[in-house]
Design a protein around this ligand. Structure first.
Ligand SMILES: [Zn+2]
Length: 424
């Protein structure tokens, strides 16, 4: 271990600021998935000039991929001079919509004091820039290292990662035979290690009815009233049952240590008129009502149980409520992912944080999922964490920012992690 690397990283402060600004200034909005080729080109130019071998990979056929919005990804690899493990830093390049309430230009990447403002500053272009600086500084300081360093910039994390990390994992880029340690610099905070995330199950439930004149509803069957019965069952049985479950996973914030379900949307009957419409409603009994549910579940809950308890409620209504009929359509499923606390990447980053920042890190897990799921489930690579600078609560908000000092500190932790893993 050397302090030289820490000093070298401190000396790259201006370079880190410029790199972060360059990344933010490419508006990689997803949806629709814009400018992936531009950001991959920027990363390719930067990293190939530093001696990395770069490969651009398009996720052809992934959801959203088309000629107008191709899903481009980049993997850059630097080989050491002797055999050893490969440490891979993965950052998603996409950002969510801007939304209202900004006082800074979201794509100007304004430096104000210690903060750089912009969409994606914290989630997660700042983290990606910190990893790049850490890797470059390490290679300059220790050109004779053992093993390899990889940096990937990937598409579509904000929409599930299918055009990004999932595709790379399917193509074998995260095969444990070629990559041994993965760090995803998502904005969990420079003194926290994120071990994984809860699962998610998204589904649409439709209740069926029968159309009739609204003045004689007894001649039809109201699908919205049937949905009301579903929602009542959720309130009286499902929500209390979910709230009573607590996970052993260190999920933050505390409310997410229970099982949760959001109802995203409800639609039924006559479609909504535009706001400026003066039309009066037609008088019809609705023959269909649909809700979309977003069920987040714990490592202790098997997905079959998550789906089964909702099906049981619907089947119970079908058995007991006259004319009740339904359809349940799964939209997407993500299984929970948790890396062991004693996995090598965890203990190494833990020690690096203690040595660099002078404090023991806390272990956390994420309430929502991120690309670790694909590295775990498709890539079969378990030695993966999220560790990076930034304040999680700023993600997706107006006036999102990243602290320059936080980026430097976490780059030092990543640099020390590389020293521990790649110097023999
Ligand atoms: Zn993110």
């Amino acid at each position: 271990m050397t302090d030289a690397l820490q000093h070298r990283i401190e000396g790259m402060r201006d370079d880190l600021i410029t790199l972060t600004q360059d990344l933010i200034r490419i508006p990689t909005l997803n949806p629709p998935g814009e400018n992936y080729v531009a950001i991959c080109d920027l990363l390719k130019q930067r990293l190939s000039a530093k001696g990395f071998e770069t490969t651009l990979i398009r996720a052809e056929g992934a959801p959203g991929d088309c000629e107008k919005y191709p899903r481009w990804n980049i993997v850059a690899r630097y080989e050491g001079t002797k055999p050893g493990p490969c440490v891979h830093f993965n950052g998603h390049t996409d950002v969510v919509e801007v939304g209202a309430g900004w006082t800074y230009d979201p794509f100007a990447a304004t430096l104000d004091g210690d903060r750089i403002y912009g969409r994606g500053a914290c989630d997660m272009k700042g983290g990606l820039a910190a990893a790049i600086i850490a890797a470059e500084a390490f290679i300059q300081e220790h050109p004779d290292f053992a093993g390899a360093i990889e940096i990937s910039g990937t598409a579509d994390e904000e929409s599930g990662g299918y055009g990004g990390v999932a595709h790379l994992a399917q193509e074998g880029w995260f095969d444990p035979a070629r990559v041994q340690h993965v760090i995803i610099p998502e904005p969990l905070g420079k003194d926290r290690i994120c071990l994984g995330h809860r699962g998610g199950w998204w589904a649409e439930i439709e209740t069926k009815g029968e159309i009739a004149h609204g003045s004689m509803p007894f001649l039809g069957d109201c699908a919205i009233r049937h949905m009301g019965a579903v929602l009542e069952q959720f309130e009286t049985t499902l929500y209390p049952a979910m709230a009573a479950r607590r996970t052993e996973m260190p999920v933050i914030p505390d409310g997410a240590r229970a099982s949760t379900m959001n109802i995203n949307a409800i639609h039924g009957g006559q479609p909504e008129e535009p706001e400026d419409s003066t039309a009066l409603p037609a008088h019809c009994v609705p023959d269909s009502c649909r809700i979309t549910i977003d069920r987040r579940f714990l490592a202790e809950e098997p997905i079959d149980q998550v789906e089964g308890e909702i099906r049981d409620i619907l089947d119970g209504l079908k058995a007991n409520r006259p004319k009740f009929d339904y359809e349940l359509r799964e939209l997407n499923r993500v299984l929970p992912s948790m890396t062991d606390e004693d996995a090598p990447v965890v203990s190494t980053v833990k020690a690096a944080i203690a040595e660099t920042l002078g404090q023991d890190p806390s272990f956390v897990a994420s309430p929502g999922s991120y690309d670790q799921k694909h590295i775990d489930r498709i890539g079969k690579l378990k030695n993966c964490i999220a560790y990076g600078p930034g304040v999680l609560e700023l993600a997706h908000k107006p006036d999102e920012w990243i602290g320059v000092t936080d980026m430097i500190d976490s780059a030092k932790v990543m640099g020390r992690t590389l020293e521990k893993l790649l110097l023999s």
